[in-house]
Design a protein around this ligand. Structure first.
Ligand code: ADP
Ligand code: MG
Length: 223
């Protein structure tokens, strides 16, 4: 589904991602792990079109997407969450997610369909679907779920989930891991999960790619 080859990103003289290569098969959950600053989010930003590569290629379903604009990548079927959630705080949960459904798909849905897809995505992540449910008052776990719902509302084939566990307690971490697993199993969404907290991730992913200083240092099954 995805082939990343020789992917490189330099910021001035500093190479944040240097020659990263990996493949991803449809239906997989791949863990992209490594310490803080190892280039995980930068790799995501390159795939999702938030950054343009300095070198290398990103092939998604047979098409080169390196350097394409983020909105175009989203419409091709790649959804992503952000490590730091920044929802529209004055809008309801439902409005936040409906915006993603309305603007993030290849073919623009009717407004009615966008609302329905938003309700569906909120239900999938166990958040309330009432129009009155607000962003204020969501804790760290709720905000992470909202990020997921916004990404899922674009009906992605591939989901890039960045640091879904940060700020969560043990039981919330387990719930978040189970949720990603359920999204793959029930919706057939392929997932790359970036995380530096490794415990629960190891239970859920099929395979890991380990980054350090912007390079792949290991790859294989969690064991
Ligand atoms: P991770 O997500 O693995 O913690 P990042 O991909 O966010 O790591 O960052 C990798 C390295 O690149 C870090 O040293 C970070 O400071 C640096 N970096 C990330 N984005 C930029 C940027 N826009 N400009 C300069 N340096 C950056
Ligand atoms: Mg990061």
């Amino acid at each position: 589904m995805l082939r990343v080859a020789g992917l490189t990103k330099s910021f001035g003289g500093f190479t944040a991602v240097g020659g990263v290569s990996f493949d991803l098969a449809e239906g997989e959950i791949l863990g992209l792990i490594g310490p803080n600053g190892s280039g995980k989010s930068t790799t995501f930003n390159l795939i999702a079109g938030a950054l343009a590569p300095s070198a290398g290629s990103i092939n998604f379903l047979g098409r080169e997407i390196g350097g394409k604009h983020a909105s175009e990548v989203a419409r091709l079927g790649i959804g992503r969450t952000y490590q730091i959630p920044r929802p529209f705080r004055k809008l309801s949960l439902l409005e936040n997610v409906a915006l993603a459904a309305y603007y993030g798909q290849e073919t623009r849905p009717s407004r009615e369909k966008a609302w329905a897809q938003a309700r569906d995505a909120l239900t999938l992540v166990n958040l309330p679907t009432e129009a009155s449910a607000r962003v204020d008052g969501l804790g760290a776990a709720g905000l992470k779920k909202l990020e997921l719902a916004r990404a899922l509302a674009t009906q992605p084939k591939l989901l890039l989930a960045d640091e879904s566990l940060g700020g969560l307690d043990e039981s919330e971490m387990n719930q978040a891991a189970d949720m990603l697993s359920m999204i793959r199993d029930k919706r057939g969404v392929t997932i790359i999960w970036v995380e530096h907290i490794m415990g629960v991730l190891m239970r859920v992913v099929d395979r890991c790619v380990v980054l350090d200083h912007g390079e792949v240092i290991a790859e294989g099954r969690p064991a």
